[in-house]
Design a protein around this ligand. Structure first.
Ligand code: UD1
Length: 408
């Protein structure tokens, strides 16, 4: 694959910042919003709660949360994606109560939310989980120290949301450091919050009386989408320049790409990635940021399935993230996955086959596999991919891939 590709705004930042607008008593404008189905559902849910949302352009929305008429999020909508849990922190903070269906999202094994609940309770909320929904209520939320038992992006952001308007100071220890954690903090600070330390493992939030709104915020570029195209360049032995990205967010992947024989040239907000030989074997262990992102694990799995030699991937975050390997094996790969470890015996080439996307990133990986395979690949379950990638087939087509959507 050859050419240039523009990266959209980050899905995982957008799906947190949209519910975070509930903390603003007024109007704000979000730019660089990715046009993906998880964003559309987030917007629809906010509208059901009383917010007014207007698309100002393809990637810009105005959100007016002056009037919130309900604290119950429609369960059929919240079950469609994972980030619906951010409605709990946001509604609790703004209205003192929230009722939200248990979140859905990719099936990656158990996805507990005990650390979110622990945080809300520490701030003074009563939290109940029953009949598939979470209810939280608090007369007042009071800042405190919270030590996360595990590094969790969702729990870090949710506790941040719940504590922005609380009395006094909240400290989150062992916080997640992902770029979207920083982005949510930057958004809230732009609206008048007092959050320090986002991007380190200690975040301090001093409660303020209200967030003022009337500001514009641009969402950070999607690190995972950028990484997906970087790995597509390596898998296809191509030469791709990625625009609108933050190279620093991809340091870990850049190092891996250099290690397996690829080349990377960094610009201010661009990366050129190319590869002129067969990638070599390596081992990968996924870990919280700045470690190797679990959300790029299936995509590097495709590269390693055709690399020279035997590679091992250790999944350090999710219980069940190797479902895509069975699909790659249908295409001629030689992968043995057991529990959180998979062994990739590199094969010379993949061959097209009908395959199924088990989740969002698995779907992106199988697109890369289909592009580099000999013959035709049919990919099913595109709904998973549309949740998180904007115009993915068009972006790949522009890079020279022979790909088309046959049916919605
Ligand atoms: C977010 C991302 C997801 C990514 C993941 C890890 C969003 C919407 N999704 O998911 O794409 O794969 O980060 O980078 O941003 N855990 C607990 N208790 C909790 C919360 C989490 O034990 O209360 C565990 C999880 O089981 C997992 C680990 O902590 O093993 C990390 O999970 P977390 O960072 O919370 O993932 P999500 O926020 O759900």
């Amino acid at each position: 694959m050859y050419g240039d590709v523009n990266i959209s705004g980050a899905k995982n930042a957008a799906v947190a910042i949209i519910p975070a607008t509930l903390l603003v008593d007024g109007k704000c404008v979000l730019e660089n919003v990715p046009n993906i189905s998880d964003v559309k559902i987030s917007c629809n849910i906010l509208e059901k709660l009383g917010a007014k949302i207007e698309w100002l352009s393809e990637h810009s929305i105005s959100v007016d949360t002056s009037h919130i008429s309900s604290t119950t999020a429609p369960f059929d909508m919240t079950s469609k994606f994972r980030a619906s849990y951010y409605l709990i922190g946001s509604l609790l903070s703004r209205c003192g109560e929230a009722e939200v269906g248990l979140p859905g999202g990719c099936n990656l094994g158990a996805r507990p939310i005990d650390q979110h609940i622990k945080g809300f309770e520490a701030l003074g909320a009563d939290v109940n989980v029953s009949q598939g929904k979470i209810s939280a209520k608090a007369d007042r939320l009071v800042g405190t120290s919270i030590y996360m038992d595990t590094v969790s992006v969702g729990a870090t952001i949710n506790v941040m949301l719940a504590s922005v308007l609380a009395e006094g100071t909240t400290t989150i220890d062992n916080a997640a450091k992902e770029p979207h954690v920083v982005d949510v903090a930057n958004f809230l600070n732009t609206m008048g919050a007092d959050i320090r330390g986002a991007g380190t493992d200690v975040i301090k939030i001093t409660g303020v009386e209200k967030l003022k709104g009337d500001a514009t915020y641009s969402i950070v570029p999607d690190q995972i989408e950028a990484g997906t195209f970087m790995l597509a360049a390596i898998a296809s032995k191509g030469d791709i320049t990625i625009h609108n990205c933050i190279p620093k967010h991809l340091d870990c992947l850049t190092a891996k790409i250099l290690e397996i024989g690829g080349h990377v040239e960094e610009g201010d907000d661009s990366l050129r990635i190319w590869c002129d030989s067969r990638p070599t074997k390596t081992n990968v262990k996924t870990a919280p940021y700045p470690g190797f992102p679990t959300d790029l694990q299936p995509q590097i799995g495709v590269v390693l399935s055709v690399a020279d030699g035997t590679s091992i991937i250790n999944e350090g975050i999710w219980e069940s993230r190797f479902q895509y390997t069975a699909e790659l094996n249908k295409m001629g790969a030689n992968i043995t996955a057991q529990g959180k470890t998979a062994v990739f015996e590199g094969v010379d080439f993949l061959s097209g086959a009908p395959v199924y996307a088990s989740d969002l990133r698995a779907g992106a990986a199988l697109i890369i596999a289909g592009i580099i395979a000999n013959g035709k690949t049919e990919l099913y379950n595109l709904g998973h991919i549309d949740r998180g990638y904007e115009n993915i087939e068009e972006k790949f087509r522009k890079l020279g891939a022979n790909i088309k959507r046959v049916k919605e």
